[in-house]
Ligand binder design. Structure first.
Ligand code: SAH
Ligand code: SF4
Length: 361
């Protein structure tokens, strides 16, 4: 029988400490291991000289550090975006994207191999669903990006992450492959690990989970209130128009989705980011903007407009800049609704929103 080693990245610090206590080992060693994993971003047990041999023996017998191997790494021509094709232990592959903006770096990470939701304009949806990611596989993507940002050590002593804006990972968006709320428990466990103040220490307000509109998941978030931002992919303001773009709207209709969003905002006191992929001639007219304005009236909201990125399975065209600006003006002038147009990044390497897909995953 093959020996399956457990992935240390699956565990919160408390869980790691509990394991150490069960093994009759001091939790002080668990804390030291945690530092190696998340402050020094160690890749192997050989990089942990301060752990006693009895601890290393226990770890080597049944545990592993779930580092993901890079199958392919691609840089966009403007140098702002890097896409990693990462390989999992079962040889399935996922994509993770590192995006550089002025003064900040954001990791766009995946929650599933493929996606079951089938949105017509999304490359991940077009490839179908393979499996959920484990919490460790979600955490490992953030660690991968954190390692890539780390300055190359000039000397042996210099291997701790520097606290500068471009050398430390501060922003994570769960907007890569997959539907995070379809994999709720793993995503929430991963967020807890990412937020640990003695580890990667990502602030809740710098973590955004984007959902296609999985109503039961949004209602769970309203109960659990994890510290993070929620983005809801809307794309249409009527049930009929939405179903044509987002097939799962049949299961979770627009009125139920909006009720769930209201419940979430009331329970948490937080605004929701509503995402709107702008498709020329489909959902980008001033009247469409008015319909969004009416739909979101009274809700704490911001609209994020994303001009359509090309995918092989969908023929639509992105909205022109002028029409996108007009859309924004209607939202602002007639409804006092703030909005942004997402900066297009990594389109030349198919790393933009909705372009992530892996052949034969
Ligand atoms: N499954 C989640 C998160 C991943 S998709 C969700 O759907 O929200 C992240 C964002 O990219 C979503 O708002 C999605 O609608 C958008 N998107 C998907 N395909 C796109 C495309 N081809 N062009 C622009 N945005 C796209
Ligand atoms: Fe899945 Fe999101 Fe793509 Fe829809 S847009 S298919 S929910 S990843």
């Amino acid at each position: 029988m093959p020996h399956i080693r457990h992935d240390l990245y699956n565990l919160t610090r408390e869980e790691l400490r509990a394991h150490f206590v069960n093994w009759g080992l001091s939790p002080v060693h668990a804390d030291r291991l945690w530092n190696y994993l998340y402050l020094q971003l160690a890749e192997s047990f050989a990089d942990m000289p301060e752990l006693p041999l009895k601890v290393l023996g226990r770890l080597e017998a049944g545990w592993r550090i779930g580092t993901l191997s890079t199958a392919v790494e691609t840089d966009s021509s403007d140098g702002f975006t890097r896409k990693y094709l990462l390989q999992l232990t079962d040889r399935a592959r996922i994509e993770t994207v590192l995006m550089r903006f002025t003064g900040r770096v954001t990791a766009c990470i995946s929650s599933q191999v493929g996606c079951a939701m089938g949105c017509v304009f999304c490359a991940t949806g077009q490839m179908g669903y393979t499996r959920h990611l484990t919490p460790g596989e979600i955490v490992a993507q953030a660690v991968h990006v954190a390692r890539a940002l780390r300055p190359k050590p000039a000397s042996a002593e210099c291997h701790v992450i520097r606290d500068t804006s471009s050398h430390r990972l501060r922003n994570v968006v769960l907007m890569g492959m997959g539907e995070p709320l379809h994999n709720y428990d793993a995503v929430m466990q991963a967020i807890n690990i990412l937020r640990d103040s003695n580890g990667l220490a990502l602030a809740g307000e710098r973590i955004t989970v984007s959902t296609v509109g999985v109503v039961p998941g949004i209602l769970r978030l309203a109960e659990d209130k994890p510290p993070m931002h929620l983005a809801v992919s809307l794309h249409a303001a009527t049930q009929e128009e939405r179903v044509a773009l987002v097939p799962v709207a049949k299961k979770w209709p627009l009125d139920e989705l909006m009720d769930a969003c209201r419940t979430y905002s009331t329970a948490t006191g937080r605004k929701i980011f509503y995402e709107w992929t702008l498709i020329e001639g489909k959902n980008d007219s001033p009247d469409h903007a008015r319909a969004v304005g009416r739909l979101l009236r009274g809700l704490p909201a911001q609209v994020n407009l994303i001009p359509l990125n090309p995918t092989t399975g969908y023929g639509g065209a992105p909205t022109h800049t002028e029409a996108a600006k007009k859309f924004q003006r209607v939202l602002a002038d007639e409804f006092k609704l703030p909005s942004t147009v997402r900066q297009r990044r990594g389109i030349d390497i198919a790393a933009g929103c909705g372009q992530l897909a892996v052949a034969g995953a």
